[in-house]
Design a protein around this ligand. Structure first.
Ligand SMILES: NC(=O)c1ccc[n+]([C@@H]2O[C@H](COP(=O)([O-])OP(=O)(O)OC[C@H]3O[C@@H](n4cnc5c(N)ncnc54)[C@H](OP(=O)(O)O)[C@@H]3O)[C@@H](O)[C@H]2O)c1
Length: 335
């Protein structure tokens, strides 16, 4: 087997960690990257080179690629695997959190891709392997921004595959179904945190323990109204009524936290926790096998769908009428 130089993101946990170990055992030169360096250090004993990386920071991305190229003189494979699921109703999730979801799952991946491409074009060979999801084909309940990010990874990768064909570079999509990793607990926590009702005592933006947007993220310029405020109207509405205000059950707020989806969010979070701790879903090994094939095959497939029920769910989504699929999804996830 030809030894390859591989940069793999999201190596501190779950799918990325298992994949880094597997690829290093095959003899590849694997650089495993993530923010939590202490978790990466333990990979060293398995032959993986740890690299600290925050994919939302372009200078961190540039330093990671430079470190690999300086040490090895080339880079053969980029596995864009870092990502998380920010679940929550659209009305509840602040736009700053939605932006952060895209910064990690889409723009981080795009930034690293752009950085490795000059080297791969120069070599006239290379592989970009992007971890998407079956959630890049259809949408689960209360997962809008996560699915936006994965649909975008699908489109980005499909476009890139055509662009890079003349340069001898393969682009591969990995589309796992539900996989037992910390991903499930992180998604459930986001869901519960953003679904909390706003405190009437703090009419502006209620604080959230969910990681905040990067400092460079622009904050919303639209004034927010307290969900409990009866007098506030959105400035953009243009009409300022002189009549006594009628209590509104849902004064618009771009800060999220309406409380309107609390019960459904809690039930969905409970469903996610149950599913992710059950033996109904696959472990990360199914995905590491697919990524390993994408790295080693002479001519890799454009898409791999590892994990139980993935292909069936994609097929069901294609065959069933949209409203029936919606109904089944919502019903299952709130059961
Ligand atoms: N598990 C599933 O059911 C499932 C299904 C379909 C697709 N996926 C996708 O598979 C990929 C891996 O997920 P997983 O299941 O292995 O989850 P995980 O165990 O939570 O791992 C996520 C990895 O992403 C890294 N990461 C997150 N934010 C980052 C940032 N800003 N910069 C650099 N690294 C960052 C984390 O490292 P640090 O926190 O140390 O930075 C961690 O290593 C994700 O793209 C996920 O969306 C997962």
């Amino acid at each position: 087997m030809q030894q390859k130089v591989i940069l793999l993101t999201g190596a501190s946990s779950g799918i990325g960690r298992e994949t880094a170990i597997r690829l290093a055992r095959q003899g590849h030169h694997v650089y495993g990257a993530a923010r939590r360096l202490q978790l990466l250090q333990s990979l060293q004993a398995q032959g993986v080179h740890p690299l600290q990386l925050d994919v939302t920071d372009p200078s961190s991305c540039a330093a990671a690629v430079q470190a690999v190229v300086s040490a090895e003189g080339r880079i053969d494979v980029l596995v864009n695997n870092a990502g998380y699921g920010h679940f929550g109703a659209v009305e509840d999730v602040p736009l700053s959190e939605a932006r952060r979801q895209l910064e990690v799952n889409l723009f981080g991946l795009a930034c690293l891709t752009r950085l490795v491409l000059p080297h791969m074009r120069h070599q006239h060979s290379g592989r970009i392997i992007n971890t998407s999801s079956i959630g890049g084909h259809f949408t689960s309940y209360l997962g809008a921004w996560y699915h936006v990010s994965k649909y975008a990874v699908e489109a980005f990768s499909d476009a890139l595959r055509m662009e890079l064909r003349p340069h001898g570079i393969h682009v591969v999509l990995i589309e796992p179904s539900s996989i037992r990793t910390p991903w499930g607990e992180i998604a459930a926590q986001h869901l519960e945190e953003v679904a909390q009702p706003a405190s009437p005592a703090s009419p502006s933006s209620p604080s959230s323990s969910v990681p905040s947007a990067s400092p460079s993220s622009p904050s919303s310029s639209v004034p927010s109204a307290s969900p409990s405020s009866t007098a506030s109207r959105p400035v953009s509405s243009g009409a300022i009524s002189s009549r006594p205000s009628i209590p509104s059950p849902s004064s618009p707020s771009l800060d999220g936290h309406t409380g309107a989806y609390l019960d459904e969010s809690r039930r969905t979070a409970a469903f996610i926790r149950r599913l992710w701790s059950s033996s109904l879903i696959s472990g990360p090994r199914a995905v590491t096998a697919a990524i390993s094939s994408a790295v080693n095959a002479r001519r890799p497939s454009a898409r791999y769908v590892p994990g139980r029920f993935g292909r069936t769910l994609i097929l069901l989504h294609t065959l069933l009428p949209t409203r029936l699929f919606d109904y089944l999804m919502r019903r299952t996830m709130t059961s």
